[in-house]
Design a binder for this molecule. Structure first.
Ligand SMILES: Cc1cc2nc3c(=O)[nH]c(=O)nc-3n(C[C@H](O)[C@H](O)[C@H](O)COP(=O)(O)OP(=O)(O)OC[C@H]3O[C@@H](n4cnc5c(N)ncnc54)[C@H](O)[C@@H]3O)c2cc1C
Length: 427
């Protein structure tokens, strides 16, 4: 079950297409429909150019008689500065087919490292980058992107821009990203990533999704390595912590120290990204949704659709895009109801992940959190794959919880109640 990492360096399968897409700046600050495509039926309007809207636009481009789609983004940088990764087993094979144009790199294997053992997993891994997503969306003839335009109001048939302009819509989906809410009690996964060019090959044959052999700081700490060419690697220093504060300079220094300790000479930092992702310990579903208008459809983090333990939203976004396509064409309010029902099902299924998070954050001492993961990664590969995909079964749950717990039993028992966290109203 536990295999050594094979020290070879095949280049990952680069998927980003070389051909340039059309200019994505469709409308600049105008906020009007004149620069976008017009048709007899108003377009679908996706508010926010992030991961969820890109995935929905890509999926809807595959349906027959696809509507025009307008994506409205408040910033100058649609799709941000991200690397979004997922395990191939996170999504159905059919979904892997239609999401393929968005993928920048893929690998057939991955590994993890803990003190005392390394484990090689024969599980495929893929990454999307902001560049690969922008290119793919730019190639879609049905999609227009309006950037530098903040949406200030949404209704079922129209969005209003900060400059007072409006856009009629046959369907509106709010994809504006994370919204803080008292309905969730959170811990955080926070990280800084530097994509670096090295003077010599790094020798990594595939991603190392957790190198937890590093000094444990600020909760559970691990380094994540994504090799995108023989000499280029994204190095992310990640912490699972109580607080959302991120000391970017300190984490950058730690990344440089990590590279040094591996004998890697950084020639150039190509790109930097950072994130503070919500890790959900308790979620009051009814309260969360009561804060959202019932007649507007929501997707992505806006809809609370992400994995409670990883903070990753890509598998959920793919699922929701498939759901939208299956129900297409559909109006805003009807879609809002479909997505909310889906979110309710997800919330019920995700109760176990929230329990594990409570054990990780509340039962385990911060410097012992790594033991929980160390134990988890000794479990069978299919169980690990189902965990990331959010498809953990009852048998998996029993398997994960069986044996000597890596946290004190009395503290684990004290974490069982989710509602209690709201009664205390704090972590
Ligand atoms: C650096 C980073 C790396 C991540 N890596 C992964 C990963 O590997 N895999 C994974 O599954 N998840 C990952 N995540 C977590 C999560 O999947 C992402 O946060 C994802 O981008 C969320 O998608 P979204 O579409 O819901 O929101 P976002 O991608 O945040 O998009 C929301 C967009 O809406 C725009 N917006 C907000 N308000 C308005 C407004 N009023 N008008 C117009 N536009 C507006 C924002 O500017 C933004 O562009 C990562 C997150 C970060 C920050």
């Amino acid at each position: 079950m536990v295999d050594p990492v094979v020290p070879e360096t095949p280049a990952p399968k680069a998927k980003a297409a070389a051909r340039a897409g059309p200019d994505l700046d469709c409308g600049g600050n105008s906020g009007s429909m004149e620069s976008g495509p017009a048709g007899p039926t108003p377009p679908l309007v996706l508010v926010g150019a992030g991961l969820a809207s890109a995935i929905i636009a890509q999926r809807l481009s595959t349906v027959q008689n696809a509507l025009q789609v307008i994506i409205v983004e408040s910033t100058d940088t649609p799709f941000g500065e991200h690397t979004w990764c997922f395990h191939k087993s996170d999504v159905q094979p059919t979904s892997l087919g239609w999401i393929a144009p968005l993928i920048a790199y893929e690998w057939e294997e991955q590994s993890v490292r803990f003190t005392g053992y390394e484990r090689h997993l024969p599980s495929g891994y893929c990454s999307l980058t902001s560049a690969s997503v922008s290119e793919a969306i730019g190639r879609l003839p049905t999609v227009s992107l309006i950037k530098n335009t903040e949406v200030t109001a949404l209704s079922a048939a129209q969005v209003t821009f900060a400059n007072g302009g409006t856009q009629a819509a046959s369907c509106v989906i709010d994809c504006r990203g994370y919204r803080p809410s008292a309905s969730m009690v959170l811990g955080y996964q926070k990280f800084v990533g530097l994509e670096v060019e090295l003077s010599e090959p790094h020798g990594l044959p595939h991603p190392v999704i957790m190198d937890a052999t590093v000094e444990q700081l600020d909760g559970y700490r691990f380094v994540y390595l994504l090799p995108v060419s023989p000499t280029r690697v994204l190095i992310e220093d990640t912490r699972y912590s109580e607080g959302a504060d991120l000391d970017g300079a300190a984490l950058s220094e730690d990344i440089h120290a990590y590279a040094n300790s591996h004998g890697w000479n950084i020639q150039r930092v190509v790109r930097r990204e950072n994130g503070v992702l919500p890790i959900v310990l308790a979620h009051d579903f009814e309260r969360f949704w009561s804060e959202l208008p019932v007649d507007i459809a929501h997707a992505g983090l806006r809809a609370g659709l992400f994995h409670p333990t990883t903070g990753y939203s890509l598998p959920d976004a793919v699922h929701v895009a498939d759901l939208i396509a299956e129900n297409w064409p559909i109006g805003t309010a009807a879609l809002a109801a479909v997505i909310r029902r889906h979110a309710a099902r997800q919330h019920r299924k995700q109760g176990f992940y929230r329990l594990l998070n409570r054990m990780l954050f509340l039962a385990a001492e911060p410097d012992k959190r790594h033991l929980v993961l160390e134990r988890f990664y000794k479990l069978p590969t299919p169980l690990i794959e189902r965990f990331y995909a959010g498809r953990t079964t009852t048998t998996d749950i029993l398997r994960i919880l069986t044996g000597k717990p890596p946290v004190p039993i009395h503290r684990a028992l004290a974490c069982l109640s989710e509602a209690q966290l709201f009664e205390n109203d704090s972590l």
